[in-house]
Design a protein around this ligand. Structure first.
Ligand code: NAD
Ligand code: GLY
Length: 363
């Protein structure tokens, strides 16, 4: 097992990464559980892993209640959040109840937002079961739900007290979801870690074949990158750079997810196509060479991810992108690449260039 720490003073917490952790990790962290925990999962993940987690928690003397939600991005809504509050109230959960998210990023974001808001905040633990959640969404404390007009528009920063990433859970993950997770892995290489990008180029076939050692290393390296970025700019308030850099491709990608209807494009798929738009714009600004664009394109292609977005229409893209949380005083701030491994935030791209980059990357 690898243990990384995310350093946030009194809110620092461990990220455990390894095999068999669903059963074996709780003894050391029983003090985080209180007498009672509420496990929030979904109808796909619960039949696979819920009983095991409940049994492991019972062994360390922690009681549990469980709520199984419908599966899918289209359920990352206020209505589903209400279901969580209803359950917590019906079960008479109090401020000492720990909410445990068992599932992918959708469950983590929903359960985390419930933890941030139920009785003004209760303890929270993430047990991510998708690659995307293990490398990104379970770490760093962003929680929330979608609004029909925009992705993740309602939410809160609420750090978990522990992240338990059991790499064995990836054995049951569908191929398409594994690929979606790789989009966020590739992101770390592109924004700040050129040696990792080169490692990914050498090891993409192993990752796609689910080589356990390669996957573990990719998760560790991704979490280490994320932990550094979040520790430096937890609330994404840096004027330039900072945590916003983790959103490479996301402004374009969120437009794809919203424009296509939540759940039709997976988040990671939209991020891959959106990243190619950001890469193309960076090339148009003279920061990347054609060969750099090709390297990014090839890596996404090898991960079986889309390298072009859907034809929503450029005006629709721009309209949806206008709701981005990085917009300040009406100005769109995009995450772009000065070179491979070095991202920046940039608010001065001309509309015509943004339009051209979108057009060049629509299938
Ligand atoms: P997801 O949560 O929808 O999970 C993908 C699918 O895999 C679902 O059908 C799920 O039920 C299933 N699944 C989960 N674990 C499984 C397992 N071990 N075996 C078999 N099936 C399994 O999607 P995701 O890609 O994990 O997360 C995407 C969400 O995360 C989006 O809503 C995105 O906005 C959010 N996100 C949040 C952050 C953050 O910092 N909070 C970062 C990135 C993404
Ligand atoms: N996934 C982007 C962030 O956590 O900031």
């Amino acid at each position: 097992m690898q243990t990384l720490t995310i350093n946030l003073q009194e809110r620092s917490y461990p990220i455990l990464i390894g095999s068999g952790l669903l059963d074996s990790s709780w003894q050391t962290y029983a003090h985080l559980l209180g007498k009672r925990s509420c496990i929030v999962s979904n109808e796909t993940v619960a039949p696979l892993y819920l009983e095991r987690v409940q049994a492991a928690l019972a062994k360390v003397g922690a009681g549990t209640t469980a709520l199984v939600l419908p599966d899918g991005e289209s359920f990352k809504t206020g209505a589903t959040l209400d279901q969580i509050y209803d359950h917590l109230l019906a079960e008479r959960c109090d401020r000492t109840t720990t909410i445990i998210a068992l599932g992918g990023g959708v469950i983590g974001d929903l359960a985390g937002f419930a933890a941030a808001t139920y009785q003004r905040g209760v303890p929270f633990i993430q047990v991510p079961t998708t690659l995307l959640a293990q490398v990104d969404s379970s770490v760093g404390g962003k929680t929330g739900i979608n609004h029909p007009r925009g992705k993740n528009m309602i939410g809160a920063f609420w750090q978990p007290r522990l992240v338990v990433a059991d790499t064995d859970t990836l054995n049951t993950l569908p191929d398409r979801e594994l690929s979606a997770g790789l989009a966020e892995v590739i992101k770390y290489g592109l924004i700040r870690d050129l040696p990792f990008l080169e490692w990914l180029e050498m090891n993409m076939d192993k990752l796609m074949a689910r080589d356990a050692a390669a996957l573990s290393w990719a998760i560790e390296r991704s979490c280490a990158n994320k932990a550094e970025v979040v520790a430096a700019d937890e609330l994404e308030t840096a004027r330039e750079g900072g945590r916003a850099l983790l959103n490479l491709g996301h402004t374009f990608g969120h437009a794809i997810e919203t424009g296509m209807g939540y759940g039709n494009w997976l988040h990671g798929e939209a991020v891959a196509a959106g990243t190619m738009m950001a890469v193309e714009l960076s090339r148009r600004l003279g920061w990347l060479a054609d060969a750099d664009v090709e390297r990014a394109r090839r890596l996404f292609h090898r991960a079986r991810l889309p390298v072009a977005g859907p034809r929503l229409g450029t005006d629709t893209y721009l309209d949806l992108m206008g709701h981005d949380k990085k917009v300040i005083a009406g100005r769109l701030r995009l995450v772009l690449l000065k070179r491979l491994g070095a991202a920046v935030t940039y608010a001065d791209a001309a509309q015509g260039e943004i339009r051209a980059a979108i057009d060049a990357c629509c299938a």
